[in-house]
Write a protein that binds this ligand. Structure first.
Ligand code: COA
Length: 331
């Protein structure tokens, strides 16, 4: 029976370290406010004059993941690219990455699942692999938020939260009866809450009024997103556990999307997880949307917190709203 396992991971951060203190020079905020409300101490943004897109950050993360998986780009059957900040409206950044990897015909597509892109991406990769459509899939989550943020007091509720970076994961189908790889997955969306977190400007027919009204800037109803996340994440965790016929005690590490440390602490409390069963790095990177979970996974593997045999629970919620949970046993 085919199981989807992770063969290699990689991460790549934008090059400009931006501390909370740096932000106080741009807007009315403070290190104390940001840390208390979000846990974030710093984030990385691309350089102001840097003309790069997410496919460039994704390429660097992919090179590392490919090397660790001992794959060459030619080994890839399919690329899934998660981003809300693509290089351009169309074509998707997956196609741009495909070309940058030196590939000629390898299929590639983008998914628009924002902060739950990793959950949707893993599930789609698993479906492609188990149905025989592809056996080696590169998932990339990459974001450049900094160029769309309003770096003034009027945009401070959003702009202090987000960072730029990329994470990549090489996923492969293996034939085994062992309980390894993706064990269960549960996905949801609730379009009713679409306006809680959005960039309202349409992808076509942009008017001057859209620009005047700031519809090209991200909007977030932070409290609503917070409340929804704290309710939905423990719920989907339980559903994913039930589907895999596991209990929370079987999980070695929960890797949540890094949206806000307080959300993650509330989920931790609700699931009664000890500190060593949850991984957070938002303090150093901020929220990198589609990149957050793959970057966190890469760090947890590098720090040997995730080892062969570790059972992981990935959880995330974001714009859409979309959310999901995936249980994975590392091999
Ligand atoms: N610095 C200082 N003050 C700020 C600020 C900043 N960066 N951003 C907002 N404020 C102010 C507000 O203007 C408000 O002032 P007022 O009381 O004078 O009106 C006050 O702080 C409280 O704002 P509020 O929005 O109620 O704070 P909050 O406790 O809800 O925290 C978030 C705001 C955004 C940190 C929080 O709602 C959150 O993290 N939500 C989830 C967001 C998220 O996860 N997004 C990504 C989803 S994937």
């Amino acid at each position: 029976m085919k199981k989807t396992v992770i063969k290699g991971t990689g991460r790549y951060l934008a090059s400009r370290l931006v501390t909370n203190e740096d932000l106080t020079k741009l807007m009315d905020t403070s290190d104390e406010w940001i840390q208390k409300r979000t846990g974030i101490k710093q984030r990385f943004w691309i350089q102001e004059d840097e003309k790069i897109g997410v496919s460039d950050l994704g390429l660097e993360a992919s090179k590392i993941a490919l090397k660790r998986a001992k794959w060459s780009p030619d080994d890839i059957d399919l690329i899934i690219f998660g981003t809300l900040s693509p290089d351009m409206h169309f074509p998707g950044s997956g196609c741009l990455l495909q070309h940058k990897l030196g590939l000629e015909k390898t299929p590639a597509f983008d998914i628009r699942q924002q902060c739950s892109a990793f959950l949707y991406g893993l599930t789609m990769a698993d479906a492609f692999i188990c149905s025989g459509h592809a056996n080696r899939i590169l998932f990339v989550g990459a974001e450049i938020h900094s160029t769309a943020l309003v770096k003034e007091t009027r945009g401070r509720d959003v702009s202090v939260i987000f960072g730029d970076g990329a994470g990549a994961v090489c996923l492969e189908g293996v034939d085994t009866d062992q309980p390894v790889g993706i064990l269960s997955s549960v996905l949801h969306s609730q379009g009713e809450l679409a306006t809680s977190l959005m960039m309202a400007v349409p992808a076509s027919n942009i008017t001057e009024d859209d620009i005047r009204q700031g519809r090209h800037n991200p909007f977030m109803d932070g409290r609503n997103v917070f409340k929804t996340a704290v309710r939905r994440l423990p719920e989907v965790a339980n559903d994913a556990l039930a589907k895999a016929e596991l209990s929370v005690d079987d999980i070695d590490l929960v890797i949540l999307h890094q949206a806000n440390l307080r959300i993650n602490q509330a989920v931790q409390q609700s699931m009664k997880l000890p500190d060593d069963k949850i991984f957070n790095n938002i303090q150093r990177y901020g929220n990198m949307t589609a990149a957050s979970i793959p970057v966190a996974l890469d760090e947890a593997i590098e720090k040997n917190i995730v080892k062969k045999g570790s059972t992981l629970l990935f959880l995330g919620l974001g714009a859409g709203v979309t959310w999901g949970g995936v249980i994975y046993k590392h091999s």
